[in-house]
Design a protein around this ligand. Sequence first.
Ligand code: NAD
Ligand code: ISE
Length: 335
Amino acid sequence: MMELRIGVIGTGGIGRDHIRRLTDVITGAKVTAVTDINKEIADKAAKQYHALSFPTGEDLIESPEVDAVLIASWDPTHAGYVLSCIQAGKYVLCEKPLATTARDCLKIMDAEMSYGKRLVQVGFMRRYDKDYRAMKEVIQSGRIGEPLLVHACHRNRTHITSHSNDMTVTNSGIHEIDILRWLLEEEYASAQVLTGKQNKNAAEGLQDPQILLLKTKNGVQIGIEVNMTSGYGYDIQCEIVGETGTVRLPDPSALLIRSEGKHTHQIFTEWSQRFVDAYDNELQQWVNDVKKATLSGPSAWDGYAACITADALIRSRNSGTSVPVTLQRRPEFYD
Ligand code: NAD
Ligand code: ISE
């Protein structure tokens, strides 16, 4: 296969950015088809990138002009499109989350296992960030001893008007759930959400910030601040405390400026600025893998493990108590 022909579902913020990336940055792929429930923006993207514009996601998935599919539509639409891709026997990179409930993730795993081969990858792109990768190497080297505690922080400057309490977990916190599970290489045992004084700049009724508490099966205690209304910028922090040392995610490199009696450096304001290299690496690796017919990125099992944890966190916020995270037995298919 010379160039992998990709169809993109959802031509909003990240969909358009991925189309640009696949066209200008990634080698070995081209975007041949797009679709969006907003026909106007789909047609605009199709015109700009010389792609076909399809009336529905299902039409795009079935098209002979499409070898593989990238899903970048709203979270609740993911599961249905992933199932259609499996039915059509096409590789699919689904933006996170894989689904909004663990039940839908199970349906996806069942369909993929019945198909008999991995077709699904989830867009947990932080696993492709060089600094998180370096943190993992430090943990695995034993230099900080066994991990004991994690302090993490996911601050968005502001939130979209449709943001809900659950989305703080399923849309934003889900990145932390996945990356910490990947860094520590263990599953979670329990989950709890704490809420407190509300930021008056958040939408009415939005519990913001929320503190997500997770405990792994080996007892590592994790505290994650998910803040949708930091007001100052997009700020991702992560520190792992081990028995003999700590390792911390660095801030992105930025010029230090001394001027007008101040010493400053810039902080990003939007998520789209923070992990650019990780998105590039993720998509290049996915294209290479699909061409070799062997996926190596985050699987439907990883999507399921994240969703079941998110479900537990939401139950905890509703009940006010810590709740167990109970995963099904991991099928050998996902080893
Ligand atoms: P967005 O609202 O800017 O774009 C989503 C687009 O999907 C919209 O244009 C909307 O019209 C379209 N859409 C909705 N339902 C559809 C359907 N049934 N079929 C086709 N198109 C449909 O949102 P966004 O910020 O681009 O986010 C899109 C997805 O990407 C979300 O699932 C989000 O969680 C994920 N995302 C991931 C990252 C990351 O860091 N990995 C960052 C941002 C967004
Ligand atoms: C968005 O959908 C993303 O995935 C960003 O990475 C995340 O930081 C942001 O909070 C989400 O809304």
